[in-house]
Ligand binder design. Sequence first.
Ligand SMILES: Nc1ncnc2c1ncn2[C@@H]1O[C@H](COP(=O)(O)OP(=O)(O)OP(=O)(O)O)[C@@H](O)[C@H]1O
Ligand SMILES: [Mg+2]
Length: 354
Amino acid sequence: MSTNTNEETDGFESSQSVPVGVKLGSTRTVLRYPDTTGQTQTIRTLTCLATYEDAITGDERVLFGEQAAAEYPDRVEFMLRSGLPEDDERTELARRYFDELVETNGVPQDSTVVYAIPTIDNEAGLRNLSEVIENSAIGTVEMRSYPESLCSAIPALGDGVEAVDEVFVAVNMGSTNLEACAYRRGEQLLPFSTGSVTGNDVDRRIVNNVEEETQGRVHVDLTTAREYKEEHGDFDDFQPFSDVVQQPGGGSHEFTIEDSVMDALNWYLDEAVDRVANEFLPDFANEFMKPYQMALSNPVVVTGGMACLPGLTDEFERRLSAELDREISVVAPPEPDTAAAEGAMRIAERLTGD
Ligand SMILES: Nc1ncnc2c1ncn2[C@@H]1O[C@H](COP(=O)(O)OP(=O)(O)OP(=O)(O)O)[C@@H](O)[C@H]1O
Ligand SMILES: [Mg+2]
């Protein structure tokens, strides 16, 4: 028996499945999993790729993520720009991107993969997204998908997977969609989503606002607008900031942004409150009176990348309470931009029996 100990231990270890949480998003992709020392790894990159021709061999080469966006702003492809892989071409690009991401980072293949999916009424797009992940090299032990806003709510409501046993409302603030949904022990009640109140809309508004605020002197691109929003947007304590553009005829022009960013963000938050308070919640109250009361006596969870904005949670709480004329409490996960992958990883841990 004693001579076998090592072998048995090895056998035991190799049959263990690594829990991996995946969120393949339209702006960024996030993976979370424990490495061999048990330390949780986070991979977080822009969901994009650019191809170029090798200057020596003439072969087609591919760059991914931040590097692609920085070096090839002229032709970088965000293949999930609209939220999901819409067609075969985009599915193929997403597959290349995801396979490369998994391979370069050495994500364990003997794994239990849980991936977050948006709550959108787009069957073909969701099927394509699943195909990309299900056909990748990882997740040989098991693969499952769960709604993104449920995954993201998990780290907001406890250290384990408490959210799965609760009745609560989640509002997911993403790049391409605003989603609202009630969860009853993991079951989705009345999922609502709209493509007209989004992080991307904020970026577009910032572009227009900057043009107006600078009397037409400055036109920023969408990437710059997104960076202004992510770096300077703040519902608690916004500080005006300056930037410099090169003039076409030479020289540079420095300008200061006072209102462009927060005007766009205030528009966004008002619209989000309006949709939740006047479209989603009334339907929920009508169809599920008791669960509605239960859910609103618990905190509403805001999730998605936009929840990273400082002060957004408190301001959403204030405006939603005012709109509904009752006290609502609102919480967000500690790291909204990686929360979906974290929650997915915790579900995967549960599935592997940890
Ligand atoms: N630190 C940050 N501060 C402010 N905004 C952020 C931050 N990080 C991400 N965002 C914004 O959040 C949005 C992305 O959110 P998320 O990652 O939840 O979207 P997604 O799941 O890819 O999109 P969707 O589900 O809508 O298709 C983008 O508009 C992005 O600019
Ligand atoms: Mg999303």
